[in-house]
Design a protein around this ligand. Structure first.
Ligand code: PAF
Length: 284
């Protein structure tokens, strides 16, 4: 595995790979790699001949009071994990290489980025869309794998690719869970062991929603309220939102219609950590 830090060097390598008719897959991360990221690499490996993993803690997607400075950066460990997962190129640029002092252009997302995470973290998705666009231009992939764990981010990236005619196939990869059902995330390390056990309530909420769908319930608003109440019953767990949305548009949905797909979105504050989770359901 080759480690590259210069954007121009990465571009030149990708250009050469393309000329040699290699299929390039990219997995973009902010590091602190875990089983979820490695599952994205494995999925990319299944289709692409060459896999590029990017590690960049993107300052433009963090709000002023967020954890940019304490965000974990275990580079040695990350590069060992990337190598053992079969990554061919690890692209880990410096912030100054990505955002030189003269930098001034950014991607502005539309209404899809204004709800849920976007409403709570103003500018977050513009920051994500900007770095993802830059990383597409630097790594020149044919395909890119993103986790469904960040479902709104994935929907926004799919929109970005369609709206700006970016010639990349976006693949969504299923949420990877710990044994107790907690979705794996780089921020789980901030949880105390009690919080980590109790955080299984999010997954139990998702299972409850699944049981409601199986029982042919259509009252999405009430089901979401029940999941919200389950989460609030854990002391110190405060939902920012628990809501069903239309799968395609991320418009909030109150009543399910036969044959349509919905996604349950959960964002929960557990002490100083925000936990995100989601699941897709089809109305029978
Ligand atoms: O999901 C992430 O880790 C980040 O938002 C991404 C896509 C790497 C952009 O910085």
């Amino acid at each position: 595995m080759q480690i590259i830090t210069e954007p121009t060097e990465m571009q030149a390598i990708s250009e050469k790979l393309r000329l040699n008719r290699q299929l390039i897959g990219v997995v973009m991360t902010m590091g602190a790699l875990h089983e979820g990221h490695l599952s994205l690499v494995r999925l990319a490996k299944e289709t692409a001949g060459v896999v590029i993993l990017t590690i960049f803690v993107n300052p433009r997607q963090f709000g002023a009071n967020e954890d940019l400075h304490r965000y974990p950066r275990p580079f040695e460990q990350d590069s060992a994990l990337a190598k053992s997962a079969g990554v061919d190129y690890l692209f880990a640029p410096e912030a100054s290489g990505i955002y030189p002092a003269s930098f001034q252009t950014s991607v502005a997302c539309g209404p899809l980025a204004e709800r849920f995470e976007g409403a709570l973290r103003p500018g977050h998705f513009d920051g994500v869309a900007t770095i993802v666009t830059k990383l597409f231009n630097i790594t020149k992939p044919h395909l890119a794998v993103f986790g469904e764990k960040d479902a709104q981010q994935l929907a926004i990236i799919r929109r970005l690719v369609r709206d700006l005619d970016i010639d990349v196939t976006v693949i969504g990869a299923p949420v990877v869970r710990e044994e107790n059902g907690l979705a794996v995330s780089s921020r789980n390390i901030y949880l105390s062991s009690t919080e980590r056990n109790e955080a299984s309530v999010l997954h139990r909420g998702i299972l409850h929603a699944g049981t409601c769908f199986d029982a042919q319930r259509r009252d999405l608003g009430t089901i979401a309220a029940e999941v919200d109440a389950m989460i609030r019953s854990v002391v110190g767990f405060i939902p920012d939102y628990v809501s069903f949305v239309e799968e395609e548009t991320f418009e909030p949905a109150e009543k399910a219609e036969k044959g349509r797909e919905y996604r349950l979105l959960l964002a929960v504050r557990a002490g100083s950590v925000r936990l995100l989770d989601n699941a897709r359901f089809r109305c029978p």
